[in-house]
Design a protein around this ligand. Sequence first.
Ligand SMILES: [Zn+2]
Length: 295
Amino acid sequence: MKNIIWLVVAITLFITGCSDITSDEEKGSEQGNSQEETQKSTKNTADTNKNEPENGANDEEQPEEKQMDKKETTEPIYKVDEETSSVVPINEEGNEKIVLLTIDDAPDEHALNMANTLKDLEAGAIFFVNGHFLNTAENKKALQKIHDMGFAIGNHTYNHELLSDLPTEKQKEEIVSLNDKIENIIGERPQFFRAPHGKNTDYSNKLAGQEGMVTMNWTYGYDYFEPYMDAEKLTEAMVSGKGPEVDIPYSLLKPGANLLMHDREWTAKALPDIIEGLRAKGYEIVDPALIQTKE
Ligand SMILES: [Zn+2]
């Protein structure tokens, strides 16, 4: 009997040890995305958060009543591959031929409009938000509405600064203060994290995990490259996966692709055609509620 108890203790310790090792390994593996080199070398305006926070105003406004169906708790059937940022099935219920839509630098001027488009077309998405967009009553209300419509809200840091330029204390503030702010507005903390420009640090990887968030980059996106700041050209690039004008003549559209878009005028305009075009190619737009989270 004693032997059996010791065996159970030993197995428990082994399993605990393994999970620690796994998360240590995960820390270092976020950088991969096939476009990164191109994005570094191509002059682009990625993630330029042009808007200054608008301080003051009347921040006290209460969120409107919940208007949309809240998702019931569902069992995850997908996960984000930590190395590639692709979304892959974890059981036979999952469809391989899916894509994930993500909208970064929200909620600026177009996020709510984009959420309405997505809702009309019954397409899910993650909105990665910044704290400096959440200083006005109007934008707080927009966030609340986007959440109430059933979209996932992700953390994209408070001020959209390059984390690798910041000391750890400041990185912590960039990440945790935004989670606090989001929770104050929608009553929930984000379950997904995306670093500005996809530049994670060992520290931010660890902290995002401790904050209960799954970290992801993306597999492709074109709306921040000058040649694709046009709805028609952007649609073609997003639906084909190709961006020949930024040296991507081959298609990055493949099962599990994690698509990066932004809160931008041309992207908002292109969104319906992007969704329909991807569906016409046989891709399902994945519901982020079906993606495995840390909690
Ligand atoms: Zn960004």
